[in-house]
Design a protein around this ligand. Structure first.
Ligand code: HEM
Ligand code: HEM
Length: 362
């Protein structure tokens, strides 16, 4: 996993700082309530010491985190509702504001109460203001009240994260979770979580789909297609993520001429008796400036080679239309041997064009 953010996901540094903060903030409240309830004595003073030290650490981590945020691209908001995006942005900035205001108020309160902050018993921080009983009481009041504002914001924040995960089923939560946790969720999580973790499956409409190819024979371009194939597609265009497996029955080759087709099925070309299937398998789908690309392998005539299929996607009323093409070298797969081996007889480059019309499987 990368250290830095991209416009799609958080890097491990941002994730680490987020979860360190979450853990520290979660610890602050029980410590505060516990220290408050303790009778005056050494234990209470020690508890105050822990609360203050951890609180000042949260301030340092937040300042570091904000600098990191400024130096990094921000993952784009997932979802298409404008007000939700604005609310999320506002809530995140309010969280940052609280993460700074709470420790600063605590520090000011301590200084006003003439009790300097001793960081983990290691360093005594300077007092930013002179002792003042009235001010100490005021800062205590604001610190105590804001603490519950922060608690409410965190509750809203967690609820929103869970809504993104379980209701919208987008990647908002997954991209903030550490990799190990994502794995745990995928393996042992609730059924809903597991389903949300898997990119949706698509049902391919054969009438709107096609696997075609173009090659040249004695300098003349010839088009053809495979008529019999199966496509297993999982794809989430938002993330993007997914996996594709296309199995083509090579005997279904159709170049519009019976003689040419039977020759193509023969041993010099596809040798369909020995190699009845060609398989395109892609385990990774990435975004490109003009669409996507499926990265995987093509197995043809018993030979497997890495290939990348760039494609564009249009979504209309729940129906997806994808179109892509790639150029392969027929020699790489030993298609056309013997007298057909020269590029004059059959050009080396073959363009494979794939069109898919599909609807999501519920
Ligand atoms: C005290 C605890 C927490 C605090 C103070 C906190 C604070 C924040 C802040 C300030 C951001 C914005 C990060 C940015 O600059 O992009 C953020 C993002 C996020 N937080 Fe938390 N968080 C806390 C706990 C949690 C918990 C418990 C969860 C999950 C249940 C969670 C899930 C997320 C997610 C998913 C994002 C990413 C949102 C997005 O990509 O748009 N947070 N958090
Ligand atoms: C994110 C950081 C912090 C959080 C979430 C937090 C939260 C709290 C909470 C919930 C209370 C109890 C309020 C009540 O029920 O009366 C409290 C009290 C207190 N906090 Fe913090 N605090 C933070 C940082 C700090 C820091 C950095 C200091 C000092 C340097 C500090 C000093 C105190 C003190 C002295 C009290 C006791 C006030 C009293 O006597 O009632 N806090 N804090």
């Amino acid at each position: 996993m990368a250290m830095r953010n991209s416009t799609e996901r958080y890097g491990w540094a941002a994730k680490g700082l987020h979860w360190l903060t979450a853990l520290a903030v979660a610890a602050m409240f029980p410590i505060a309530w516990w220290m408050d309830a303790l009778p005056m004595g050494l234990a209470k003073l020690e508890a105050y010491g822990w609360h203050k030290s951890l609180g000042m650490t949260i301030l340092a981590v937040t300042l570091l985190r904000l600098s990191w945020r400024l130096a990094n691209p921000q993952p784009r908001y997932l979802g298409d509702s404008g007000w939700q995006r604005r609310t999320a942005t506002l809530a995140h900035w309010l969280l940052y504001a609280c993460l700074i205001a709470m420790p600063v108020l605590g520090w000011l309160m301590s200084a006003a109460a003439n009790t300097p902050v001793n960081l983990f018993g290691l360093v005594v921080l300077p007092n930013p203001i002179a002792p003042d009983r009235a001010l100490a009481a005021l800062f205590e009041e604001v610190h105590g009240t804001l603490a519950y504002g922060l608690l409410a914001l965190v509750a809203l924040h967690v609820a929103a994260a869970l809504k993104h995960h379980f209701r919208d089923r987008d990647a908002t939560m997954r991209r903030m979770l550490p990799g190990a946790l994502v794995l745990l969720l995928a393996v042992g999580g609730a059924a809903g979580a597991v389903r949300a973790d898997e990119p949706p499956r698509w049902r391919v409409d054969p009438d709107g789909s096609r696997i075609a190819f173009t090659f040249t024979q004695l300098g003349t371009p010839i088009e053809g297609a495979f008529r019999d194939y199966e496509m297993d597609i999982r794809f989430d265009p938002d993330e993007p993520a997914g996996a594709v497996r296309v199995v083509i029955r090579t005997a279904s080759i159709d170049t519009g001429d019976d003689d040419r087709d039977s020759q193509a099925r023969g041993p010099a070309f596809f040798a369909v008796d020995r190699f009845p299937e060609a398989v395109f398998e892609a385990g990774e789908i990435r975004r490109r400036p003009d669409g996507y690309e499926a990265v995987g392998t093509l197995t043809l005539k018993g030979k497997t080679e890495p290939v990348t299929l760039p494609f564009t996607l249009t979504l209309e009323g729940g129906t997806a239309q994808a179109e892509g093409s790639l150029v392969v070298s027929r020699h790489t797969f030993a298609i056309g041997t013997g007298e057909w081996a020269t590029n004059n007889a059959v050009g080396d480059e073959v363009t494979i064009a794939i069109a898919v019309t599909a609807t999501p499987v519920d």
